[in-house]
Design a protein around this ligand. Structure first.
Ligand code: PLP
Length: 414
């Protein structure tokens, strides 16, 4: 019968087609039928050129192609190539290295870092804290491991970081749990494009320090910087990382590094989790559990991708080439986003506070219905729980300019 099932109870999951992939598939069908220029496919979370082709950093690919076959084919050490583990610290922090004991473990993208952090630093059944706008896989990864997501309100009435809600929610959680993992994606947050100002970061850290006065409580701040290389000047966007130094030992900060966006190596699955702690043995423990988890889940990461990062940072000429190429993409992304933002403002389309990044979010009622309506107009977006996500990263400036009015009409007419 249809009700018969073989999976173990904990692995029974709702069978929803991934919304992003579903919308993306329908967009492709529309393009076949009506032509690329008549369709706006804003579902793809990668930088595409104006014709819908994936953009890559040529120098990164050149370094890959120049690697000797053994470097491409061989395993990497379980924790990651040693030279990679050194390089990721530089790549993540640049000139804003915090003070403290810093260790890194290679993971398959930032996703792997999220997985290990949730598994190793929260307990079965725990709540993981994030903002009410969040990247869907946070929930998937939490649930895959028997945890639940709970949220605070991301924005206050002035569209700033809602520090009050953050404090209240964390307070509630620390009453029922002895440890809390906080997933905080900034700068260039997915899906809103929001970034915390340095003063907002200071408030966050002060709140954590206050709660950490209770030594029975353990706070793990997971700083997801997946889009940082598209969030303005490299050291300015990293200023907040300095705040991760010299914190009490019951606050552990884990920075999640990813090569997916910043190096356009999405599918090569390379990232790292980097801990900052004032206690040496906590750093060693981090390294040990990370290594154990790597072995226990995916063994090791992609050697060639690790090698690429190490090669780039070894050679200042290569690094500056990568940065120059990335700046071209950054400029294109900014122009697209600004076109959207300005037009939205002009016509009165309310959007979440966007500062930088791949996505803009439009809060609305009944997002599923709005996105269905938009499909009839050949506009493909991703419906979220409380709004729709428009990927400026994958749509031409011209289309970014056209979209807001169509979105406004669709939202008004439901
Ligand atoms: N965090 C956020 C908010 C993301 O949007 C993504 C990718 O889309 C990631 C982390 C991790 O990506 P990856 O596993 O490819 O590094």
């Amino acid at each position: 019968s249809e009700n018969f099932s073989m999976v173990a109870p904990h692995s029974k999951r709702p069978v929803n087609e991934d919304k992003i992939f579903a919308a993306s598939r329908q967009a492709k069908e529309a393009i076949e039928k009506y032509g690329f220029e008549n369709v706006i496919n804003s579902t793809v979370g990668a930088l595409l050129d104006d014709n819908g082709k994936l953009l890559v950093l040529p120098t990164v690919i050149k370094v890959l192609k120049n690697l000797p076959p053994e470097e491409i084919a061989a395993y990497a050490p379980i924790a990651g190539l040693p030279e990679y583990l050194e390089t990721v610290k530089t790549a993540a922090f640049r000139e804003c290295m915090p003070e403290g004991y810093i260790e890194a473990i290679a993971t398959p993208g930032g996703s792997g870092a999220i997985r290990h952090t949730i598994w190793n630093y929260s307990e079965m059944g725990d709540y993981i804290l994030t903002s009410d706008w969040y990247w869907g896989p946070y929930k998937t990864i939490a649930e895959e491991h028997g945890r639940k997501i709970t949220t605070y309100t991301f924005f206050d009435e002035n569209k700033n970081f809602n520090i009050k809600s953050f404090r209240e929610k964390l307070n509630q959680l620390l009453k029922i749990q002895d440890r809390v993992v906080i997933l905080l994606n900034s700068p260039a947050h997915n899906p809103t494009g929001f970034s915390l100002e340095i003063s907002e970061w200071e408030e966050v850290i002060n709140i954590l320090k206050n709660f950490a006065k209770n030594k029975d409580k353990k706070i793990i701040l997971f700083s997801d910087i997946a889009y940082i290389d598209f969030a303005g000047e490299k050291n300015k966007s990293r200023q907040f990382m300095k705040l991760f130094g010299n914190l009490p030992e019951n606050i552990l900060t884990i920075v999640s590094f990813s090569m997916s966006k910043g190096y356009t190596l999405y599918g090569m699955r390379s990232g790292a989790m980097i801990c900052i702690t004032s206690n040496k043995s906590i750093a060693e423990e981090f390294k040990n559990v990370g290594q154990f988890s790597n072995r226990g889940v995916w063994s090791n990461g992609t050697r060639s991708a690790m090698k690429i990062l190490a090669e780039i940072f070894k050679n200042s000429e290569l690094l500056s080439k990568v940065e120059t190429e990335r700046n071209v993409l950054k400029k294109m992304l900014n122009e697209r986003a600004q076109s959207f933002v300005n037009e939205a403002k002009k016509i009165g389309l309310d959007i979440c506070p966007y500062k930088s990044g791949f996505f803009i979010t439009i809060p609305c009622n009944n997002p599923e219905l709005v996105s269905e309506k938009l499909k009839k107009d050949n506009i493909f977006v991703v419906p979220l729980q409380k709004g729709i996500r428009f990927a400026v990263c994958s749509v031409s400036k011209e289309k970014c300019l056209k979209a807001p009015l169509k979105l406004l009409n669709a939202i008004k007419n439901i």
